[in-house]
Design a protein around this ligand. Sequence first.
Ligand code: CIR
Length: 256
Amino acid sequence: FEFRRAITRKPGASIIDGLRAEDIGRPDLDQMLRDHAAYVAALRSTGAEVVELPALEAFPDAVFVEDTALCLPQGAVLMRPGAPSRQGEVAEMAPALAAFYGENLREITAPGCIEGGDILVTGREVLVGLSARTNPEGVAQLAEIVGDWGHALRRVDTPEGVLHFKTDCGLLDGETILATGRLAASGCFDGYKVLLVPEGEDAVANCIRFNSSVIMAAGFGRTAEMLDRAGFEVVEINNSECAKLDGGMSCLSLRF
Ligand code: CIR
């Protein structure tokens, strides 16, 4: 959870066409821009360098950069999103990653699919949840790549009807995970310290630990209080607009 930099992408006017499981209203670009600026400021306030890529109108979900790559200290892996409308985002991200990683770039190829939202890197392993966006072939390819770099990968499941594995969890420190009850019940975090999201606040599980801060969606008071009491430095960011597109705190950046 210690990072020197992050890559983000500004939301564009086309976010109104972003993918969503359920239509709960039209995302407001101005509000999303304000929230995005607050998010970038929160990352920067920890001392990290934050790259802000320009909006990509041709790809309505491009603000959710996390899904395009996995960034590890040894190299980055370009994903192959399971959502066909998102596959073109990867080539748009590749040059930004090449600027930092040079030759150390690998990629997931067809028929494999993975989106970064299904990957949780902990202090001891890379956990990847199968989902509607991530298939076994993609996970097998990733296991080989990260294996070359000395990382163990464990394949797990994402609860039915949940977009991404990390929709329901976030890393708080090397061995502590914030998770929803429905995900923790699967046993995938056995051996870790798990803090359960209080009843009714499942939508806050997708938080990130970024250097000294735990960055979480605003409006979930009981979770904020629980994390504060556990000694974490909590930063709350309004997430109302990204939530309309099933997006949360982890989706908005690549961290490395
Ligand atoms: C999608 O359905 O792909 C976007 N609307 C949301 C992606 C959220 N990304 C993430 O959780 N990593």
